[in-house]
Design a protein around this ligand. Sequence first.
Ligand SMILES: NC(=O)c1ccc[n+]([C@@H]2O[C@H](COP(=O)([O-])OP(=O)(O)OC[C@H]3O[C@@H](n4cnc5c(N)ncnc54)[C@H](OP(=O)(O)O)[C@@H]3O)[C@@H](O)[C@H]2O)c1
Length: 278
Amino acid sequence: MKTKTNTIAVVGATGKTGARVINQLQRLNYSTRALSRKSEPAFDWADRTCWPTALEGVDAVYVTYYPDLAVPQAESDMQAFVDVARAAGVKHLVLLSGRGEDGAQRAEEVVKASGLEWNIVRASWFMQNFSESFMLDGLQGGELVLPKPKALEPFIDVDDIADVVVAALTRNDLRNQLLEVTGPALLSFAECVQVIAQASERDIGFQTLPVDTYLAAAKAEGLPEDIAWLINELFVNVLDGRNASTTKTIEDVLGRPARTFEHYVASTVKTGVWSVSA
Ligand SMILES: NC(=O)c1ccc[n+]([C@@H]2O[C@H](COP(=O)([O-])OP(=O)(O)OC[C@H]3O[C@@H](n4cnc5c(N)ncnc54)[C@H](OP(=O)(O)O)[C@@H]3O)[C@@H](O)[C@H]2O)c1
């Protein structure tokens, strides 16, 4: 198959969604540019001087912000990013956003007002936070300890997010739309841990602490201040019940139901990621 002429860049190309998006685009024969701090050319959110070179010759870009669009710096970084993208000749920007996060919604407004064609893929909490992110250590060690969440969450499979992002990048009929994506069911963290424990045939405990107690202990073990701020924001504000509902966007865009938590666990347990004892 001939390589398509448009170049699609992925910012955060080694991340949970970015790696999946770039794999799919390459399978579809798009010309891609993977961007992260170690790519060539490099892209670093902390160094705006490298952005123009990173975006040179790029037609469309999928943007994941690090560490999270909820952080105060995100809005100004996104404004600077869309300005550089427009000047570099980028036509279309797809932003990964977080559901119910005030900071993320300010960054979304920047993208919508940028003059570029746009999509916002606004996602609920990822299922893969249990296997590729901060909850993995606890699960491997036999007990997950978290700040006490106040509400249920419609966890989404990152593979579904990648499918929607690729659709947004490649389908003209989806342009200039907000795509709010969730998993198919509201779940508690305790239920999720139970499903993982059962599938991996292990005893895995689950304990919650008041957020202040949790953060004091985590900071004593070296958790950086900005990540502590983010955890507080996510558990106190974002998980307060505002996101305790599902959407039908996956079905509307992809013509099939969203993947279930059981499906995610059944496929992930085969990798052995939860069998390791830390
Ligand atoms: N986790 C959730 O439940 C959830 C839910 C909704 C939305 N989100 C959003 O998801 C976004 C993160 O996307 P993700 O989970 O796909 O990524 P991720 O797995 O957190 O990976 C981060 C990516 O960013 C790169 N990166 C790290 N620091 C960087 C820097 N200073 N400059 C440039 N690149 C940097 C990393 O590569 P290198 O380290 O090699 O540079 C990696 O490719 C956040 O903005 C968050 O708001 C997350």
